[in-house]
Design a protein around this ligand. Structure first.
Ligand code: ADP
Ligand code: GLC
Length: 466
């Protein structure tokens, strides 16, 4: 597998969670799995073993000498590409809101390094690339297959975690990437006058997946396709949706190491202690009976946080508190700071990234809000279900596939009004403790273990190899 994030080493969102859990689930089912990730400055890879000290990797005319560091975790070999000129920086993809101008080189190198690792350290039958950062591997592999027997029969699977990020660059970088200019055409690498990494991955893949069945259908429509809908319709024969799973060793209130108390469907009492801890952490009044709505998210347009701002005047009259953790879009950050300033008794807000607080919100909140415009899979709602934290979600992508009216509150409209109605419905239902607890328990009983999804990936690998 080739990806730009892998939990617990480096993560900015659900992609990291997937790369932290799916490989191990495959390994448990008998596959040999390796994951190739950049060794960013902030990657936590203490105890890594240097398995290759000076591996030359070329990207077009650029030659890098990389170190390959290995961590073995849950039977999976994680290879970190140590290339300080490209990865020893403050951010993963950007800094102060600006993408690194050499991101095309940084992630082309990732693919090239994966090929070199396959040549020298770990022979892969199937390369599985995640998101645009791995997309160029597909055309690179075509070239290698033609000239090096190492790669005979090797296949490429492209997973789309988020079509909103396509890795589109000025075509003038083509020579920089060592790509034959003949591949730059509308049925190949070109996407409306730009060179698209994700398109490369889709076009040259043996199979394409997205992270939920509903999203696999949605991406074929203009509303969700980000301009790729035609391409994906034409590739529908090789496109499938496989829902993400949950790593219950990390996300289960009965064992979660970040919580002040544990609880389960049989004994919910620990959840109250988590709620108290959450309220005091965020400086909210200790009122055990007042419902708390949790939000943990990247502040990206996709997540619909602007709708939360729109309904805040209506919420200010309601008996409810909000526990908010997130960062990203400056406007949304400022909006929540302002709401916390205006209504300190109602909004507990932390702008930033904080894994421990993310767990505490999942456990301590009563409801969890995801008003996403689109949501390829979404993991947080699946965590919420297990934590007895009733999700309020917009019916899109993986949210549609994992939440129903018996476990959560799901609405269709793409508006603040629809969100408000659903939230009001949830607040009303909360007043009946008995039926609320029954709802919590139905959610907690849901099982989204990785094993079932891993089995589907294995079947797909077998299909592309046959
Ligand atoms: P996405 O991948 O689009 O961000 P997901 O729901 O799939 O959405 O996954 C989000 C993951 O990132 C969850 O594990 C969530 O807890 C975590 N996360 C998001 N924002 C933060 C944050 N500010 N601090 C800590 N964890 C966060
Ligand atoms: C993306 C999507 C999210 C998904 C995650 C992991 O970041 O936004 O819905 O759960 O990838 O696949």
């Amino acid at each position: 597998m080739v990806a730009s994030e892998a939990s617990p080493f480096v993560k900015s969102g659900g992609l990291g969670d997937v790369l932290g859990a799916l490989p191990a689930a495959l390994a448990r089912r008998g596959d040999e799995v390796a994951v190739v990730v950049p060794r960013y400055r902030i990657a936590m890879v203490s105890g890594a073993q240097r398995v290759w000290s000076a591996l030359p990797v070329t990207v077009g005319p650029h030659r890098f000498v990389t170190g390959i560091d290995q961590v073995i975790r849950d039977g999976v070999r994680y290879f970190f590409i140590d290339c300080p000129p490209l990865y020893d920086r403050a951010g993963l993809y950007n800094e102060s809101g600006f993408d690194y101008p050499d991101n095309h080189i940084r992630f082309a190198l990732l693919s090239r390094a994966a090929l070199e690792i396959s040549r020298h350290i770990f022979r892969a039958d199937v390369f599985h690339g995640h998101d645009w950062q791995a997309g160029l591997l597909a055309p690179y592999l075509q070239v290698e297959i033609a000239r090096d027997p190492t790669f005979f029969g090797a296949k490429y699977v492209q997973t789309i975690h988020n079509l909103g990020y396509q890795g589109n660059f000025d075509p003038r970088v083509l020579p920089d990437l060592g790509i034959d200019p003949g591949w730059y055409y509308p049925e190949g690498l070109e996407f409306h006058g730009r060179l698209s990494f994700l398109k490369a991955g889709i076009v040259w893949a043996d199979a394409v997946t997205t992270v939920s069945p509903t999203y696999a259908r949605e991406v074929q429509t203009p509303e969700f396709g980000f301009g790729f809908d035609g391409l994906l319709r034409s590739r529908a024969y090789k496109l499938t949706g496989i829902l993400n799973g949950v790593d219950y060793t990390e996300w289960d209130p009965a064992t979660d190491r970040f919580l002040p108390a544990h609880y389960s469907a049989q004994d919910l009492s620990g959840k109250q202690i988590c709620k108290q801890a959450l309220l005091s952490t965020l400086g909210l009044p200790q009122d055990p009976d007042r419902p708390v709505i949790g939000i943990v998210t990247r502040f990206a347009h996709q997540k619909g946080m602007d709708f939360v701002g729109e309904i805040s005047p209506q919420l200010s009259g309601a008996d409810v508190a909000l526990a908010v953790l997130g960062s990203g879009d400056r406007g949304i950050e400022d909006m929540f700071r302002y709401l916390a300033y205006l209504h300190p008794q109602q909004y507990g807000v932390l702008i930033g990234y904080d894994n421990v607080l993310a767990h505490l919100i999942e456990a301590g909140a009563d409801m969890f809000l995801m008003p996403s415009r689109y949501e390829p899979s979404g993991l947080s709602q699946m965590y919420s279900l297990r934590y007895g934290t009733v999700p309020i979600v917009r019916a899109t992508g993986g949210l549609e596939d994992t939440v129903d009216g018996t476990t959560g509150f799901k609405y269709h409209g793409y508006s603040a009004g629809a969100l408000l109605d659903a939230t009001r419905g949830a607040l009303l239902a909360f007043r009946d403790p008995e039926s609320w607890q029954a709802r919590m328990r139905r959610g907690m009983a849901k099982d989204f273990s990785w094993d079932a999804s891993a089995a589907q990936y294995q079947a797909l690998y077998a299909a592309v190899r046959s």
